[in-house]
Design a protein around this ligand. Structure first.
Ligand SMILES: Nc1ncnc2c1ncn2[C@@H]1O[C@H](COP(=O)(O)OP(=O)(O)OP(=O)(O)O)[C@@H](O)[C@H]1O
Length: 372
């Protein structure tokens, strides 16, 4: 029997809505050196030991859309889905690639897998130019599209995996080892005899993640991997990805609208809007990059007038508890010291700004008052 060709993820037909490029420069926030994120050393953006695994340089993708304009006549228009996108991802990084609907995330991922050819710019993944050498690259990357499966609908899961083994030409022993590990960690044991069409969404997602890892890819692209999952399934998937990254050093590029995915998995986040990168850097520093605020919640021994300390503003007082707002990119320690020195302090906690709010403010800021 002829060897089946690697299955490309189908490219869905899309309508063309014009996405004009934004004019301003991205916020470049450096990652602080030193601290570790959940046990995984985090190098500055794209700079790990040796050559970065992904190098995108001035990447551009323009779609030409033809529309009917009458019985015979057709019009042509251009959709600039990705404009001048450059970034590097080092081996072992887990990077969030986020942005509003239609920002250009999936288009970027499709170029990274070789499904789409860039209109301009250069791209290298694991030393390979994806669109030129897609088959060779397919053996080094794993892809999970949360919205559709790469498994065979009518086959039991076990047979889907056996077919994937043939496609990616994985040696039997390695396949067995990887499958056993995924089955155990993703709790797939009871599902192996079940046809894929009978799996629930959460089961299917776990099954798809396993399928993407059977050939030990160096990089895993995840496009909305927790979409529609319940809290338990989300937590299983996130825990599994953290282990995978820590134990195997698998590089992960994650696209999601779920900010908890990003907060739990990624130290670095790249934000794209209207096809352009508007932020690339440490997630923690994103909190402060849009003028966001953190809140000190202070419990005093007794009710007092609003606290006054330079650098913070008391925004609420309820009995002996007071809330003080201060810029998210300022350090809390001097404020805490000043309050402890001047007030009868019992207890204190710090509330981070809600990442959802930070991101939506960032998107809104890019659109300006008129917004698109
Ligand atoms: N094949 C295509 N033909 C024409 N336009 C396309 C095509 N694929 C994407 N687009 C357009 O390119 C832009 C970027 O789309 P893309 O799917 O990359 O966005 P996204 O950030 O992944 O959005 P979402 O979060 O909604 O999935 C959109 O305006 C979209 O309509």
């Amino acid at each position: 029997m002829a060897e089946p060709a690697p299955r490309p993820a189908a490219e869905p037909p899309r309508g063309g809505e014009d996405a004009p490029p934004a004019a301003t420069e991205p916020t470049r926030v450096p990652s602080p050196a030193g601290p570790e994120h959940r046990g995984v050393p985090a190098p500055p953006p794209g700079e790990g030991a040796g050559e970065p695994l992904i190098v995108a340089d001035r990447l551009r993708k323009v779609f030409t859309v033809r529309r009917r304009a009458g019985l015979v006549r057709r019009t042509r228009s251009e959709v600039r889905a990705v404009e001048d996108v450059s970034f590097r991802v080092a081996r072992g990084e887990m990077v969030g690639y986020i942005g509003p609907n239609g920002a250009g995330k999936s288009t970027t991922i499709k170029m990274l897998t070789g499904i789409l050819t860039p209109t301009a710019g250069t791209l290298r993944v694991a030393g390979v130019e994806p669109s030129r050498d897609r088959t060779r690259l397919a053996r080094r990357i794993g892809v999970v599209f949360g919205q559709r499966t790469t498994l065979w609908w009518d086959l039991p899961l076990r047979d889907s995996y056996a077919l994937a083994r043939r496609i990616y030409r994985v040696e039997p022993a390695r396949f067995r080892r990887n499958l056993d590990r995924c089955v155990e960690l993703l709790d797939l044991g009871d599902l192996l005899p079940v046809p894929v069409r009978q799996l629930s969404l959460g089961q299917r997602m776990r099954a798809d993640i396993a399928a993407a890892l059977l050939h030990d890819p160096e990089v895993l692209y995840l496009d909305e991997p927790t979409i529609g999952l319940d809290v338990v399934s989300k937590s299983t998937v996130r825990g599994f990805l953290l282990d995978l990254n820590a134990e195997r050093g698998t590089t992960v590029l994650l696209t999601t609208h779920d900010m908890t995915d990003i907060e739990q998995l990624c130290r670095r986040v790249i934000v794209i809007d209207h096809g352009r990168i508007v932020h690339d850097g440490d997630l923690a520093l994103l909190h402060g990059s849009d003028g966001g605020h953190r809140t000190l919640v202070v419990d005093l021994e007794r009710e007092l007038p609003p606290i006054y300390v330079p650098g913070a503003r008391t925004v609420r007082v309820e009995g002996p508890r007071q809330w003080l707002s201060f810029p998210a990119d300022e350090r809390a320690a001097p404020l805490v010291a000043a309050i402890a020195r001047d007030y009868p302090l019992l207890d204190l906690s710090i509330r981070e700004p809600d990442i959802e709010q930070v991101i939506s403010r960032l998107y809104a800021g890019r659109r300006g008052p008129g917004g698109h």
